[in-house]
Design a binder for this molecule. Structure first.
Ligand SMILES: *[C@@H]1O[C@H](CO)[C@@H](O)[C@H](O)[C@H]1NC(C)=O
Ligand SMILES: *[C@@H]1O[C@H](CO)[C@@H](O)[C@H](O)[C@H]1NC(C)=O
Length: 460
C-alpha cells in the first residue's frame, strides 16, 4: 500500500526535523509503556482480565494512561505520547501537522494480534485497562519469583513490537515523503521549469518556489553548480511575458549581494537580456521585475556597471523614464542611479587602509558614471522628476539631485524651472513642517524634507 504525500516545496526541513524530534520523544515514551505492557503478561493475567471486565463497565477507557494506539483501517490522529504497534502506517497530515496512523497490512496485524492473544490472552480490542489495573498487576508481578529474566525477555519482545525511529523513517520513504535538501529541491524545480512537458503554470510555480530558496547566498551559489542559473537566465528569452517576469524575479533575488553569482550572470549574458526587455515593449509588471534584477546585478559590482555603460544602459533607462505609464519605474531608476553614484563615491573617498582593496577601487574608477549621466541629459531628467506628487518620490529625487550636484551644478544654476520648483516645494514643506511642529512633533518627516530642500538651494 502506498500513499503519495507531497510536501509543498515551502515546507521547511525544519518542520520535518521537528517532527522527527517529536517522534523521538514519543518513542522514548515507549519505555514507560514497556513496563506497563510487560506487566500485563504476568502469571496473574486471568485475574487482570476479570478486573478489567469489571472496570470497563464502570470506567471509561483511559487513553492517557494506556498510551497504546490501536490502528484501524481508517487514518486516525496519533497523540504525541502514543505508541504505534508494528505493521501500522504513519503519515504526517500536512494540513493539521498531526501524525496519523492506520493499518498498513491488516492481515499481518491480525496475525500479530492472534499471536499476542495466544501468548498473553490479551483482548486488545476491548481497550479496557486502567492505571489501577496496571499498577496492581505490576505489584503482583514483582512479588513473583524469578521474574527478572522473564522481564528482560518480555521487554525485548515488547520493544520489537514497537517501531524504532528508523522504521518510521523507512515509512516516510514508503510514503514517498522525501526529505530533500535545498539543493535537491532546487534541482527538482529547475528540471520542472526546464522540461518541455511542463505547462506554463507549472513553470511559473517552479520559479516562484525557486525565488524563495535563492535568497540564501549558499543556495544561489549552488544554483551555479548544476547549471540552474543559466536555465533561469535563458528564461528571459521566453516568448511568455510571465516567464520573463518570474525569471527576473528569481535572478534579482539570486544576484543580491552575491558576487559569485553576479559574475556568472554577466558571463551568461544576463545583462544584455535584461536591457533588451527594458528597451522593448513589455508590460509594467515585467519591466518592474527586470529593473529589480538589473539593480541587483549592478550593485556592488563595478565590472557589471562598466558593461552596463558600454551596452548603452543609460540610454535604455532614459527611454524607460519617459515611457507612458512607467512613472513608478522612473523613481526606481532614479533610486538605482543614486545608489550607484553614492556607492562609487564612498569607495573612492574611503581612507586607503579602511576602504576596499585597491583593485576594487581601480574598478570603480573605470566606471564613467557621472560623465555618462551628464552627457545623456540626466541632470535635466532627474530635475524634471521633482514634479512627482508623492513625498517619498520627491525625497528620492532630491537625494539624487544632491548626488548629481558635481556634474550638474552649472546646469541647475541656469535652470529657472528648477528654481521655481524648488521655491514651490520649500513653501509647501514650510507649511507642512509648521503643522508638524504644532502637533508637537520635533524632527518630523516634513521638517527633514524642508531641511534637505534648503540645503540643496544653498549648495546651488
Ligand atoms: C535544460 O534543458 C535543455 C534542453 O532540453 C538541456 O540541454 C539542459 O541540459 C537542461 N538544463 C538543466 C540544468 O537541466
Ligand atoms: C536571447 O535573447 C538575446 C537578447 O534578447 C538574443 O541576443 C539571443 O539571440 C536570444 N537567444 C536565443 C537562444 O533566443
Amino acid at each position: 500500500m502506498e500513499y503519495q504525500v507531497l510536501l509543498p516545496s515551502r515546507v521547511s526541513l525544519l518542520g520535518i526535523v521537528l517532527w522527527l524530534l517529536a517522534a523521538a520523544h514519543f518513542s522514548s515514551c515507549h519505555n514507560n509503556h514497556v513496563q506497563n505492557h510487560f506487566s500485563l503478561s504476568n502469571p496473574e493475567k486471568n485475574n487482570i482480565q476479570e478486573k478489567k471486565k469489571e472496570a470497563s463497565s464502570e470506567q471509561e477507557f483511559d487513553n492517557e494512561d494506556l498510551k497504546v494506539f490501536y490502528p484501524t483501517n481508517q487514518w486516525q490522529t496519533l497523540q504525541p505520547d502514543q505508541a504505534v504497534p508494528a505493521g501500522s502506517h504513519v503519515r504526517l497530515n500536512l494540513q493539521t501537522g498531526e501524525r496519523e496512523v492506520k493499518l498498513s497490512d491488516e492481515e499481518k496485524y491480525q496475525n500479530n494480534l492472534k499471536e499476542q492473544k495466544k501468548g498473553q490472552r490479551l483482548d486488545l480490542n476491548t481497550h479496557g485497562f486502567t492505571t489501577q489495573d496496571l499498577k496492581s498487576a505490576l505489584e503482583k508481578f514483582k512479588e513473583g519469583a524469578g521474574a527478572e529474566k522473564e522481564d528482560k525477555a518480555r521487554q525485548e519482545e515488547v520493544r520489537q513490537r514497537f517501531r524504532p525511529i528508523e522504521d518510521l523513517k523507512k515509512d516516510f520513504e514508503a510514503l514517498n515523503v522525501v526529505i530533500e535538501s535545498d539543493l535537491q529541491i532546487m534541482v527538482r524545480l529547475i528540471n520542472q521549469f526546464n522540461s518541455s512537458s511542463t505547462t506554463l503554470e507549472e513553470k511559473i510555480m517552479a520559479l516562484y518556489d525557486l525565488e524563495y530558496y535563492v535568497h540564501q547566498m549558499d543556495n544561489a551559489r549552488d544554483l551555479l553548480s548544476f547549471g540552474g542559473l543559466q536555465v533561469v537566465i535563458n528564461g528571459l528569452n521566453s516568448t511568455e511575458d510571465l516567464v520573463k517576469e518570474y525569471s527576473a524575479f528569481v535572478l534579482g533575488a539570486a544576484f543580491s549581494s552575491n558576487p559569485k553569482v553576479q559574475v556568472e550572470a554577466i558571463e551568461g549574458g544576463a545583462l544584455q537580456k535584461l536591457l533588451v526587455i527594458l528597451a522593448t515593449d513589455h508590460p509594467l509588471a515585467v519591466k518592474k521585475k527586470v529593473l529589480f534584477a538589473l539593480s541587483s546585478l549592478l550593485r556592488h559590482f563595478p565590472y557589471a556597471q562598466q558593461q552596463f555603460l558600454k551596452l548603452g544602459g543609460l540610454h535604455v533607462l532614459r527611454s524607460l523614464v519617459h515611457e507612458k505609464g512607467m512613472e513608478v519605474l522612473a523613481v526606481r531608476v532614479v533610486t538605482l542611479l543614486y545608489d550607484l553614484v553614492t556607492e562609487k563615491m564612498l569607495v573612492e573617498t574611503a581612507e586607503q587602509d579602511q576602504g576596499p582593496p585597491e583593485e576594487k577601487v581601480q574598478q570603480y574608477r573605470q566606471v564613467e558614471l557621472l560623465p555618462g549621466l551628464q552627457e545623456q541629459g540626466w541632470c535635466g531628467i532627474v530635475a524634471g522628476l521633482l514634479g512627482l506628487p508623492e513625498h517619498d518620490m520627491r525625497e528620492k529625487v532630491l537625494r539624487t539631485l544632491g548626488a548629481l550636484l558635481a556634474p550638474c551644478r552649472e546646469r541647475y544654476r541656469r535652470d529657472t524651472l528648477l528654481s521655481s520648483m524648488l521655491r514651490g516645494l520649500r513653501d509647501e514643506y514650510q507649511e507642512l513642517a509648521a503643522l508638524e511642529l504644532q502637533d508637537g512633533e520635533e524632527n518630523g518627516y516634513f521638517q527633514e524634507m524642508l531641511g534637505t530642500i534648503n540645503g540643496f538651494i544653498q549648495e546651488l
